[in-house]
Ligand binder design. Structure first.
Ligand SMILES: *[C@@H]1O[C@H](CO)[C@@H](O)[C@H](O)[C@H]1NC(C)=O
Ligand SMILES: *[C@@H]1O[C@H](CO)[C@@H](O)[C@H](O)[C@H]1NC(C)=O
Ligand SMILES: *[C@@H]1O[C@H](CO)[C@@H](O)[C@H](O)[C@H]1NC(C)=O
Ligand SMILES: *[C@@H]1O[C@H](CO)[C@@H](O)[C@H](O)[C@H]1NC(C)=O
Ligand SMILES: *[C@@H]1O[C@H](CO)[C@@H](O)[C@H](O)[C@H]1NC(C)=O
Ligand SMILES: *[C@@H]1O[C@H](CO)[C@@H](O)[C@H](O)[C@H]1NC(C)=O
Ligand SMILES: *[C@@H]1O[C@H](CO)[C@@H](O)[C@H](O)[C@H]1NC(C)=O
Length: 641
């Protein structure tokens, strides 16, 4: 949706290439001056994908001045009768004939009709095409142009041609600047990586996207507006709907108190779902949120209470309701705490929930996590998708020196070498999202630009950052994942010592998974029969973000998760429009159709003592089945009843 920032025309000065152009075509744009700043380099790669935007000629611009005077001039009887945005779009939109003529030209040239999106304001046609397709469409050659001042590169042509009969319908044609995506992931990079067209303008009211926040993560409007202005055409002032649970607070007006996580979540999701709304569910009063131990339970149980009242009294695995001394209790007896009763079933759940928080399964009582997992299952039965980040410490946890609470290096067992799977993504009934990265030198124009994230400590983050993955010690391999995991072991055995076992249920609700006991004297460092993590992946590094008033690049599966969740929200939107139900629990469909994801085959998630898994062909415990391909996912989910 980055129309505004990238209206740098596709035409640049330079030697005009001699091409045989048919007589039916004429030059549409050509630059006559020589820019010293832009140096022509190699031909653009023929299979590189260009995000193409065609600016359609607008109607009635000749009357626009009079329209404005009519509502602004003090003597006008219509003074102050401002137009709605719908009226503006209606007055200036190109004629249906014009749109159809241009569209037909594209379709005749082999651009898939499904890929062509007509923008909300009716003024653009957008689609992705290869350099080769565009060169034949426009009778031109694309070259890479380097900005000699900054080193930035973008594909452009010197001049291009269009058929005479469509020229009157077109302003100009441009690809966006995607040369920076190996250094900085902008909304345009995300859209290009996953082939996400701009969202349709008409939204399904019941399909607001849900994002969970806790741990004093507040959003603020100043950062949102800066982000919207720099990277999108989303209007300033756009903001989420806040659902504050048990005395929580979602928003701050003090930019220095904004939370990077909250801003990251919103800034990744908005460009994908807007104009659909986003609903923030912020959990626990500020007393509890400020306790270091909120990183232990994250308020998931009290959140579930609020969206699904049955959980308040639900009994299983020896527990009824929330767990005293682990979950917060309400009314909160502490100074400044929320004095109301625990909120039960007061908010209708959204169709998709994105969670960028989590911990290690070894830290959470077995009964407690199983009961919570069952609750995700029950909400899946109601058509709700739970999508969680898989963690940022590869097969381990953060080392103790950096805040981890397991072995010194972040692993388990007496030798600090047993892998330490994350929670709650170990629950088979949620979808877990790992992280990928566009490494320097790769381009979104490449066939497969992404690899698993592995950023060694100090480059650029303080800790080693790699995509959370591995095999649970609490849950066995679920049916829908069996064949993917079996293929992984058959074709790409990681060659590391393993054990086979699952933590026992216990009548003691506080009993934690005893991983050292599972491994016994086997010398194994991971569980061969556990649920594999993650299910899927999305980009999670060098993400362009505004938070705390300033611009910075951030990374984490925390970024991958709102991207994947927003895409699922878009797919629900299309299904709901066709009278179908939401997609609900995703995993069985994704494992049955891995072809709708971009398989990630490079990179590793080493951690702890330097061991880990590699991303390989097919599912792997680093990037799961891979990253989204929006058109393929949409087609698949629309083909289902
Ligand atoms: C593309 O992005 C690069 C990197 O930020 C920048 O140097 C270059 O000027 C941009 N090109 C255009 C045409 O905006
Ligand atoms: C939107 O907010 C940004 C950041 O505060 C500001 O720079 C920009 O001028 C605003 N745009 C409009 C149209 O008010
Ligand atoms: C954001 O936009 C402002 C104004 O155009 C510009 O000065 C600034 O460099 C932009 N920041 C980023 C990170 O692109
Ligand atoms: C804003 O938050 C910062 C950091 O918490 C604090 O130091 C400052 O006093 C606050 N400013 C206002 C106006 O409340
Ligand atoms: C969390 O911290 C609060 C305040 O220190 C304490 O009351 C509560 O018992 C702690 N909960 C857990 C699970 O440690
Ligand atoms: C493959 O992954 C490694 C990190 O494990 C990275 O250094 C390398 O650049 C990646 N290759 C490509 C082509 O992205
Ligand atoms: C990063 O991982 C390596 C092992 O691969 C380890 O030696 C090093 O201590 C880790 N650094 C930090 C800061 O955790």
């Amino acid at each position: 949706m980055l129309w505004n920032s990238f209206v740098v025309a596709a035409a640049f000065a330079g030697t005009v290439t001699a091409l045989a152009v048919p007589e039916t075509h004429i030059v549409h744009e050509k630059r006559d001056y020589t820019s010293r700043r832009w140096a022509k380099r190699d031909r653009a790669k023929p299979h590189a994908r260009l995000p193409v935007r065609i600016g359609l000629a607008q109607n009635n611009l000749d009357k626009a001045h009079d329209y404005l005077m009519d509502v602004s001039h003090p003597t006008s009887p219509n003074y102050g009768k401002h137009w709605t945005s719908e009226e503006v779009i209606e007055a200036f939109k190109p004629s249906d004939d014009a749109v159809q003529t241009v569209r037909q030209w594209l379709v005749d040239a082999g651009i898939s009709v499904k890929e062509i999106v007509h923008s909300d304001n009716k003024q653009w046609l957008a689609f992705d095409a290869s350099t080769k397709q565009m060169e034949s469409l426009l009778h031109t050659e694309y070259h890479e142009y380097e900005d000699i001042k900054t080193g930035g590169v973008m594909p452009a042509c010197d001049q291009y041609h269009v058929p005479k009969h469509i020229q009157q319908h077109i302003d100009y044609i441009t690809p966006a600047n995607l040369s920076i995506c190996d250094k900085e992931i902008t909304p345009a990079c995300v859209a290009a990586l996953y082939k996400i067209p701009p969202a349709p303008r008409d939204v399904v009211k019941s399909n607001s996207m849900g994002i969970f926040e806790a741990e004093l993560q507040f959003w603020d409007q100043v950062d949102l507006d800066k982000f919207f202005t720099n990277f999108t055409n989303i209007p300033n002032g756009t903001h989420p709907i806040d659902y504050n649970i048990d005395g929580a607070v979602s928003k701050t007006t003090n930019v220095s108190e904004a939370g990077v996580e909250a801003m990251l979540d919103l800034e990744l999701a908005y460009p994908i779902v807007y104009p659909q709304t986003i609903s923030i569910f912020n959990e626990d009063d500020l007393f509890y949120q400020a306790q270091a131990n909120q990183t232990y339970n994250y308020g998931y149980n009290t959140f579930l209470d609020a969206i699904d009242g049955s959980y308040c009294t639900y009994s299983a695995y020896g527990e009824t309701g929330d767990l005293p001394n682990v979950d917060p209790t309400y009314p909160d007896p502490n100074l400044g705490g929320y004095k109301g009763q625990l909120q039960c079933g007061i908010y209708k759940p959204t169709n998709v929930f994105s969670f960028s928080y989590g911990g290690q399964e070894a830290d959470i009582p077995v009964s407690y996590q199983k009961r919570q997992c069952n609750e995700y299952l029950k909400l899946g039965l109601q058509g709700i998708s739970f999508i969680f980040a898989s963690g940022d410490s590869g097969v381990g946890n953060a080392p103790v020196a950096l805040g981890g609470d397991n072995g010194p290096s972040g692993c388990l067992g007496p030798n600090d070498d047993i892998f330490n799977p994350t929670w709650p993504v170990n629950c088979p009934y949620v979808t877990s999202v790992g992280a990928t990265k566009v490494y320097p030198g790769s381009s979104v124009f490449d066939a497969q630009p992404e690899s698993a994230v592995y950023d060694p400590a100090g480059h650029p983050y303080q800790s080693n950052y790699s995509s959370g993955g591995g095999f649970s010690n609490v849950y066995g391999i679920p049916s829908f994942q069996k064949s993917a995991v079996a293929t992984y072991f058959a074709d790409h055995d990681p060659g590391l010592p393993y054990y086979s076992g699952l933590a026992k249920d216990s009548s003691d609700v506080y009993a934690h998974p005893d991983v050292a006991a599972l491994a016994g004297s086997s010398g194994g460092i991971y569980n061969r029969i556990g649920r594999g993590i993650p299910d899927v992946a999305a980009n999670g590094d060098n993400i362009a973000t505004y938070a705390l008033g300033s611009f910075a690049l951030h990374g984490g599966t925390s970024a991958s998760t709102p991207i994947f969740s927003a895409i699922i929200n878009r797919i629900n939107e299309e299904r709901l429009k066709r009278g179908k139900k939401t997609v609900g629990f995703l995993n069985p469909t994704l494992y049955a159709h891995p072809e709708v994801l971009n398989d990630i085959v490079n990179g590793t998630n080493k951690a702890c003592q330097g061991e880990g898994f590699n991303a390989v062909k097919g599912w792997d415990p680093v990037t799961g089945l891979g990253t989204p391909n929006y058109p393929k996912m949409l087609e698949l989910f629309l083909s289902l009843p």
